[in-house]
Design a protein around this ligand. Structure first.
Ligand code: ADP
Ligand code: MG
Length: 323
């Protein structure tokens, strides 16, 4: 006999994620009770993954479980927040036990890695859809925002943007990469992104503004700049592109993909020039994995420089690849 709603919750989601002692009531009552630390600000984000839109049937369910929380962890990272409690709204067409088990294991693993407890949710039937709400808090130095940047602030990005967009194309079957190690690396960057939670928290002491890169680095850097009342210049040569991405696409296309891809879940952040040397000392780049890519400008808009000259960007040059 198929499992009922209560069995699904008991079997797959009770005990999912980390155990926390600030959860007087988690799964089981009508709502969760959570103890927010005295004086802290509550930080909240929610993201929805719709089958056929945000993931496809053949994607591994562990990845979908991982990504459902990772996208929210990345949003909290961009605020410099400490993640704590998650709620899961699941709409399922049927009770597919192997799928649920694998989905829950992906969710459980990344939740434990970040000390997040699953404290509640909702289970309904309908077309497959996963919505995760993540709650956390900021205490001590204030939260990071998109809007704190100023002209002259130095712009950085974590990780190697573009990998995930290429990985998605490989996973969809629209990009073939001969080098199988490179192909696996890129697929993994898409399937199991690494939200930069610890970096975001440390950046509260150094950065003036921060955004997580979910819609493409150039667009998201532009959003940070606009929110800060600035423009932005990014140097094409300064973009950190991974060896697997260059091996898959060649140097030029790799750089364009780093700018325009998406779903990177890296942090793009601005740092006042007077803070840069202290940040580099306290957060060594090799350990924390970030690179300088440009600068905020007084002139509005987002520009890419190649050998010091403004690049003309035709969207048609890369749209066919990205979507
Ligand atoms: P109610 O009908 O009062 O909304 P439910 O019977 O839907 O309660 O849920 C019972 C408990 O299980 C609640 O604590 C709820 O938060 C939790 N829950 C329901 N679905 C999920 C899920 N997919 N993941 C985690 N917790 C869930
Ligand atoms: Mg109820």
């Amino acid at each position: 006999m198929a499992l009922g709603e209560r069995d699904v919750i008991e079997r797959f989601f009770r005990g999912c994620g980390a155990a926390r002692d600030d959860v007087p009531e988690g799964i089981g009552d009508d709502a969760a009770l959570l103890k927010v630390p005295e004086g802290a600000q509550l930080v909240a984000a929610v993201d929805t993954l719709v089958a056929g839109v945000h993931f496809l049937d053949h994607f591994p369910p562990q990845s979908t479980g991982h990504r459902a929380l990772a996208v929210n962890l990345s949003d909290l990272a961009a605020m410099g927040a400490e993640p704590a409690w998650a709620l899961l709204a699941l709409t399922l067409p049927e009770v597919d036990e192997p799928w649920l088990s694998s989905f829950a294991s992906g969710l459980d693993r990344i939740a434990r890695e970040h000390g997040v407890a699953l404290v509640g949710g909702d289970t309904t039937s309908g077309p497959l859809c996963i919505s995760v709400q993540l709650l956390g808090y900021v205490s001590g130095p204030q939260a990071l925002r998109r809007s704190g940047g100023r002209p002259g602030d130095v712009l950085f990005v974590s990780g190697t943007p573009g990998d995930s967009a290429a990985g998605l194309e490989i996973e969809r079957g629209t990009l073939q990469v001969a080098d199988s190690a490179a192909s696996d690396h890129l697929r993994n960057r898409f399937l199991f992104p690494t939200p930069r939670v610890a970096l975001g928290q440390r950046l509260r002491e150094h950065a003036s503004a921060c955004i997580d890169v979910s819609d493409g680095l150039l667009g998201d850097a532009g959003k940070l700049a606009a929110a800060s009342g600035c423009g932005v210049e990014i140097e094409l040569e300064a973009l950190p592109v991974s060896a697997p991405l260059v091996s898959a696409l060649g140097d030029e296309r790799a750089r364009i993909t780093a700018l325009s891809g998406g779903e990177d879940f890296e942090l793009c952040f601005a740092v006042p020039p007077e803070n840069v040397s202290r940040m580099l000392r306290e957060l060594p780049q090799a350990e924390w994995q970030y690179n300088r890519i440009g600068v905020l400008t007084a002139e509005a808009g987002a520009r890419v420089l190649r050998s010091g000259a403004v690049m003309e960007f035709s969207h048609s040059g890369y749209d066919h690849f990205v979507r």
